[in-house]
Design a protein around this ligand. Sequence first.
Ligand SMILES: NC(=O)c1ccc[n+]([C@@H]2O[C@H](COP(=O)([O-])OP(=O)(O)OC[C@H]3O[C@@H](n4cnc5c(N)ncnc54)[C@H](OP(=O)(O)O)[C@@H]3O)[C@@H](O)[C@H]2O)c1
Length: 299
Amino acid sequence: MNVLVTGASGLLGRAIVKEFESHDWNVVGLAFSRSSPKLKKVDLRNPNEVKETIEKYQPSVVIHSAAERRADVVEQCPESVEKLNVFATTFIAQICATKKIPLIFISTNYVFDGKSPPYKPDDKPNPINKYGASKLNGEELTRAAHPGSIVLRVPLLFGPVENINECGGTYLYNYVRYSGNIKSVCHFQQRFPTHVNNVASVLRQMANKLYKGESFNGIFHWSSSEQHTKYTMTVCIAKSLGLSHKHILPRESPDAVTPRPHNVKLDISKTLDLGIQVVEIPFSKGIQECLEPFLSKKE
Ligand SMILES: NC(=O)c1ccc[n+]([C@@H]2O[C@H](COP(=O)([O-])OP(=O)(O)OC[C@H]3O[C@@H](n4cnc5c(N)ncnc54)[C@H](OP(=O)(O)O)[C@@H]3O)[C@@H](O)[C@H]2O)c1
């Protein structure tokens, strides 16, 4: 049981490594700028490096989690991001197909336009920003190159962070802690903050099935059921930490420059039908644990 995880230094990748290691899998984690003695440095944009690595470790399963996922960054420079989100993804799929290695590609709910939730895996995608478009492109080329592959789409993720700005959920603590500043926070776009440990558990259960030779492929969804806006997430953070939220005001208009879909609730029934079982981590409990290290440091 040997899994190769790309993006192993990232928010989700770290949780995947932990989940698989704690369930007797041998993990080869790849990183780029945050490589370490434990995480091997591989630039996924370099096909030779990718091929050599997969040939060297001969994993039983590959989980491709690395991506540029900051929608604002992708909007600014879509061409350079394509090298990672599309070309590297396609190459990984081609190599895995040639070597008959099961592949799970992590994608996003942003492949949908958010106008008619909930979305089933076979519903027609229609991304409204360049990040969603790049991930959809990656999905389609992955499925074409490796028909046995799996795409797992997930929504906004949160989990243990290296700094509080690393994920959208923990970032909102900035609004809470500077209580002297009146802050209006988006109460328009609907979010489904999902703990990375829950996604990692889904992936590990899928990998176990693949390893045992169960045959399934195609597109799957995973999401927590809790529905929020950035405003309700911020209030939830304040309440869970026993802090005031009087200075936080709801704003009914969309956020920021990059367009984001209004409501991309994912229907997860196809994944549940596989027999995947997860105990959902509530946002208030999960986010409190993620922020705890920063509170004690009085950051
Ligand atoms: N976070 C979310 O809210 C969210 C929501 C929906 C879907 N997703 C999807 O979930 C997956 C994981 O996201 P995440 O939040 O864990 O992302 P992340 O924290 O931004 O991590 C990105 C990972 O990609 C690696 N990477 C970047 N450029 C690379 C390169 N040239 N070669 C090799 N590796 C490279 C990074 O390595 P270094 O840091 O070491 O450079 C890092 O490990 C992505 O596919 C994303 O599209 C995320």
